[in-house]
Write a protein that binds this ligand. Structure first.
Ligand SMILES: Nc1ncnc2c1ncn2[C@@H]1O[C@H](COP(=O)(O)OP(=O)(O)OP(=O)(O)O)[C@@H](O)[C@H]1O
Ligand SMILES: [Mg+2]
Length: 244
């Protein structure tokens, strides 16, 4: 039901040609200055994420999961290395171009929903689309479709405070995919929910990923959820390592 506009990606779906990752981190280095010393978090991290796949990022607290997510979502820049979205080298772009890519190509979900408290569920999903130039009527129509997909049609006029934790997260997921991004980054999206609600929200997210073809990277401490994804990765000594 999600009519994702097909955006051309060089090399994708051409038989015999190599698939181009929708998100690629190449030799990414990120450290923080701590007075005289340097806190090295990512020390040459490499990651490829392909259309339609769900990848779990499982690593101990402080390992750099959120740091990696922020770099992947162009919220921050690495000290060295490259982040590519849809094959485009983002370090070469100016701030306006980075913002445009972030708005249209990347969706974020956080542990705490970060919905706008004074707006309804419907408005929270419509707003990012209107910021990207859609008319209110069209944005609300898509927002309604997404709410209905998330089984929240009856909650469209509720403000976040009038929704349960699981409902808030489902609205946040709908908002994250509202602009049909290529990449969905979810940083402990169920970290604040009880096990049953986590599973339910995760299933809603999975259904959306499968229907839309978006590539999803999910940071989670929940091994039950990680097991249900296509691949699992971790961070070891500042590098991305595949888990069995
Ligand atoms: N802006 C910053 N300035 C200095 N140090 C930072 C900054 N942001 C993160 N760090 C440090 O980088 C390390 C990695 O942080 P990050 O938030 O990426 O961890 P995480 O794997 O997401 O952990 P958690 O599972 O607890 O969310 C931590 O030791 C943290 O203290
Ligand atoms: Mg984190």
């Amino acid at each position: 039901m999600m009519n994702k506009p097909t955006k051309p990606i060089a090399g994708v779906s051409l038989e015999g040609e190599e698939r181009v990752p929708v998100l690629s981190l190449q030799n990414v280095v990120r450290s923080y200055d701590e007075g005289k010393s340097k806190l090295e978090i990512l020390k040459g991290a490499d990651l490829n994420l392909y259309e339609g796949e769900m990848v779990a990022l499982v690593a101990p607290s402080g390992a750099g999961k959120s740091t990696l997510m922020h770099l992947a979502g162009l919220l921050e820049k690495p000290q060295s290395g490259e982040v590519l979205i849809g094959g485009r080298e983002c370090s070469k772009l100016n701030d306006d171009a980075r913002t445009a890519i972030r708005r249209t190509e990347v969706g974020f979900v956080y542990q705490f929903h970060q919905l706008l408290p004074e707006f309804t569920a419907l408005e929270n999903i419509a707003l990012p689309q209107m910021i990207c130039g859609l008319k209110r009527k069209d944005a609300e129509e898509r927002a309604r479709q997404l709410l209905s997909y998330m089984r929240l049609a009856e909650r469209e006029s509720h403000r976040p405070a009038e929704l349960s934790g699981g409902e808030q997260q489902r609205v946040a997921i709908a908002r994250a995919v509202a602009n049909a991004p290529r990449v969905l980054l979810a940083d402990e999206p169920t970290g604040n929910l009880d096990p049953n609600t986590s599973q339910y929200v995760f299933e809603a997210l999975t259904a959306l990923v499968r229907a839309s073809g978006v590539a999803a990277l999910l940071a989670t401490h929940n091994l039950e959820l990680a097991k249900q994804m296509d691949r699992r990765i971790t961070l070891r000594d500042g590098k991305v390592v595949e888990l069995p």
